[in-house]
Design a protein around this ligand. Sequence first.
Ligand code: WT7
Length: 670
Amino acid sequence: MRTISMPEDESDGAIEARLAEQEYFRPPTRFVGQANETDPAVYDRFEENYPEAYAEWADLLEWDSRWDTVLDDSNPPFYEWFKGGTLNASVNAIDRHLPERKDQTALLWEGEPGDTERIAYQDLYRRVNEMAAVYQEVGVREDDIVTLHLPMVPALPISMLSAARIGAPHSAVFGGFSAQALADRIDDADSDVVVTIDGYYRRGEFLDHKAKADEALELAETDVETVLLFKREDELHPDVEITSDDPYVLVDEVLEQKQGARVDPVERDAEDPLFLMYTSGTTGQPKGTQHRTGGYLAHATATSKYVLDIEPEDTYWCSADIGWITGHSYIVYGPLSLGTTSVMYEGAPDAPDKGRIWEIAEKYDVDIFHTSPTAVRMFMEWGEEIPAQYDFDFRHMTTVGEPIQPEAWLWYYEHIGGGDAVIVDTWWQTETGGHLITNLPALKDMKPGSAGHPVPGIKPAVYDDQGHPIEKGSARAGNLVIERPWPGMLQTVYGNDERFIDEYWREFSETDSDDPADWVYKAGDGAVQADDGYFRILGRLDDVMNVAGHRLGTMELESAVAEVEAVANAAVAGREDPQKGTVPDVYVTLRDGYEESEAVRAEIVASIEDQIGKFARPANVWLVEELPQTRSGKIMRRLLEDISNDEELGNTTTLRDPSVPERIREHIDH
Ligand code: WT7
C-alpha cells in the first residue's frame, strides 16, 4: 500500500479531503537532500546575468570548440545561441560517456509482447556508428534531411542519433500518423530518404507499418530515393513484401557489411539544425519547427538535470512517444546526454492488462516517472487497486502536455507517488525545445494545477489582447508570451521565415524594429499568474486543440472532412472530455442530393484517419442543416463549441441567421 503517513484512524476519504484543501505541498525532505539544484540564488543569478548565465547550461555539454558569443540578438527574431561553438549531438549522448560508463545501460527497451533489449552505452555507440555508415552507404550527406517514420522501437533513437552523427537533420514523424500526413512532411522537407519498419505490436496485434510508407511514396511529390527498412523481428514479417523495383533497402543487409564500422562525428556549428519536428498550427498545413544543435541540446540537457533531476545512476522513464517533441528532448537527447538509463516501452498501457505500466516500473526499479495528465486520468479511472499491487517507488514524477486538474494531481501524488515523491508540472511546446515554465523541484513548493515558476532566465508574461501586460495577482487571464529569447527556441519554420514571424511574433512585437526588446513570442496559450508568481496554463487560445496531449489543428481536421464528396461545409469544435482533455466534434452540412446516413459519417471518420491518423478520430460527427455563419460567411466555431459543451450560447447577433445554433442544438439532442 502506498499512502502518505497519516494517523491510523484517518480514513482514505479524510486524507483526500485534507489534501484537497491544501494549496501548497512541500517537496519531500528525502528529495531535497539529494536534488541537483538546491541553491535558491540560481534564479537571481540567471536574472542578473542574462543571457551570459546560460553558459552554465552549455557547459554541461562537450564542445569541439567553445562559443564566442552566448547570444547574438542583432537580427531578431533570428537569434543565435552559442555562436562560434561546434559540437556533435551523438558524441554528447554517447561517446563522451564511454570512458566511465560503457557497460551501463543507456536504453532499456520493453516490447509489448514482453521481449526486451538492454542497450549499453558501448552497444549504442556500435549501433549508431554502424547505422551512420548505412546512411553514408545510401548517399545521405551532411545537411540532407532524413524522415523517420518509426514506432517505439530502438531503431528510432538509433536512427536519430546516427543522423546527428553525420550532421543530417532528422524529421521524425509520429508512427501513428497516416500515409498522407507522412507524405506531406516528406514533401515539405523535400526529404528523399525515409526510414521505416515492417511493423510493430499494439494491443497484441502486429500492425503492418510499411504499408503506410508504400502509400506515402505514391502520395508524395518528392522522388524518394531510398527507404531504409528495419525489421521488428529476426525475420521480415511474412505479410510484408518487397519487390526489386521499389526503393526499399533492408537495413540489416547493409549492416552486415558495416559491422564494426566507425564514422567520425561531424563537427556541427551550434546553429546548424539538429532536427525538424512538424506540428499543427492555425492553418491546414503543419509547420516544420527547426531546432538548432547547441542551444537545443544545452536546454534539453540542463532541464533534464535540474527539472527532472536526472542522475547518471537513475533509471528514468518518460512514457511519451519519441515521435513527438517530448520524446526527443526527454527520452533521447536530454537523458542520454546526462549518461543515464532511459526506459522505452513499445506498446499500450493496458496490454496485456492494466497493470503493465507499474509492472515495468517495478521490474526496472524506475526512479523517475514522466507522463501526461491524460494518462493520469486514465489510471485514476482504472482504480488505485491496480498500482497498489506492484512494488515501485518513484523519487520524482512529472506531467506534461495539458493542464492537470488538482483532483488528478492529488490522485497521482498519493497513489503513484506514495505521498513522498516530488511532482513537477512542465509547460513547454514543440517550438520551445525544452521546459519554460515549471518548478525547480527542490526550490519551489508544488501547487496542484499550476505549472509554477519560470525556469531560470525565462521571462514569461501575460498580455491582454491589446498587448498590455496584466499584473500578476489580478486574477485576469490573458495571452501567455515570452519576452526574451531562450536557448532551446525554434530557429524558424523550415523554409518559411515569414510564417515563423507571422505565427509567433507579429501579434505582440514591433516587427520593423531591430531592438530585441520589441520582440515578444506568442505561445498561443491562455494563462493567469497568481500573486505568488505561479503560472496556471488554461489551454490554447487559437484554433489548435489538445487531444489527449496531442496537438491538432481544427483547420487540418476540417480540410480532411472537406475531402469527402458529400460534404458541403465543415467545422470542427473541441468538446471537453473527462479523460482526453478535448476531443474533436465535427459539424457538417451536406451537398444537395446527399442524404444523412451512417455511410457518410463513416466516410468522414475514415477521411480523418487517412489524412491525419487514427489518433485524430472525432468523438461525434453531426450532420446539420446549416452552420452558424456571419453575414460575411465566416463560420463561428465558438458557438459550436458552446453547443458541444452544452453551455450557454455566446453572442449570436453577428450571425446571418441567429436561430441556427439553437436549431443545431435541437437537432443533435435527438
Ligand atoms: C501545447 C504544446 C511540449 C509538451 C508536449 C506537447 C499544452 C504543454 C502543458 C502544461 C498546460 C500544457 C499547451 C501548449 N501544454 N504543457 N504543463 N500545462 N498545458 O507539445 O504538442 O507542442 O503542445 O501543449 O497548450 O501550447 P505540443
